[in-house]
Design a protein around this ligand. Structure first.
Ligand code: NAD
Length: 257
């Protein structure tokens, strides 16, 4: 098993990438702390892990709230004695996110509060815990949209993921000599609720797929396997990266018919 004797905290564990990663990490021997604001779905993830024989707890936390973030890290240490892996994965893509003219300030602020401040707060309270454990791995979920522009606007979301990438890079440099690695996972377009709600017609879905060389949406499970590599000691010399798992979208100029 690749994560034996490690404790992993995963935000956004009630759905999509977070849920699949929680299931996989538990199967690989980790104690898992599932964090979300959707308690019913979060408890479902917990049940799935328990049915599988895994060690898991659920903690309600809004990652844009400092006290909640402090509490989720505390819960990890109280329950399992230490924290080794911090997966800052929760994020939102607001349905009213648009271009600069049409994106309202409240949409911008909410997106930044969750997607950027949430990662910072996770690190603010998580890094001291990783230090106490002698080091660890932080994975921040960014997105391919941080690297390429799209004509279908989602300005707040794209900007927030750019911030996640630069935050990741700097944290990686700051903490490199403390045995704390910090990497960004950059998923391509995935067949999860988050994107399917945004691309809510077949035409919009096909419009996006034109740009993916593989010609399909990615699966949350495919992100979980990438996160597993970054979380495990197999990636011991990897820090500060933008790990693209995107079906080739950021490599493409023209895609096959
Ligand atoms: P999802 O909507 O399936 O899951 C996100 C989870 O985060 C949900 O369970 C939600 O309740 C939780 N969440 C939202 N706000 C929260 C908050 N304030 N505090 C705690 N939890 C909160 O989405 P997903 O596709 O699994 O996305 C996970 C991450 O991957 C996000 O950061 C997203 O931006 C990123 N991403 C997704 C795609 C995609 O195509 N789906 C592509 C690139 C990046």
């Amino acid at each position: 098993m690749r994560l034996e004797n490690k404790t992993a905290l995963i935000t956004g564990a009630a759905s999509g990438i977070g849920r699949e990663t929680a299931l996989l990490f538990a199967r690989e021997g980790a104690n898992v702390v599932c964090v979300d604001i959707n308690d019913a779905a979060g408890q479902e993830t917990v049940q799935m892990i328990q049915d599988d024989g895994g060690q898991v707890i659920y903690v309600h936390a809004d990652i844009s709230n400092a006290a909640d973030c402090q509490n989720m890290v505390q819960a990890a240490e109280d329950s399992f004695g230490q924290l080794n892996i911090l997966f800052n994965n929760a994020g939102i893509m607001h349905s009213a996110d648009d271009d600069a003219i049409n994106t309202e300030e409240d949409v911008w602020d909410l997106t930044m509060a969750i997607n950027v401040k949430g990662v910072y707060l996770g690190c603010k309270y998580g890094i001291p815990a990783l230090r106490r454990a002698g080091g660890g791995s932080i994975i921040n979920t960014a997105s391919f949209v941080a690297l390429v522009g799209a004509a279908t606007p989602q300005l707040a979301y794209t900007s927030s993921k750019g911030a996640v990438l630069s935050m990741t890079r700097e944290l990686a440099v700051i903490h490199a000599r403390e045995n704390i690695r910090v990497n960004a996972l950059c998923p391509g377009p995935l067949r999860t609720e988050l994107l399917m709600k945004f691309l809510n017609t077949e035409a919009k879905k096909q419009r996006r797929l034109v740009h993916v060389p593989m010609g399909r949406f990615g699966e949350a499970k495919e992100m979980a396997y990438a996160a597993l590599y970054l979380a495990s000691d197999e990636s011991s010399y990897v820090t500060g990266t933008e790990f693209m798992v995107d079906g080739g979208i950021t490599a493409a100029y023209v895609t096959p018919e």
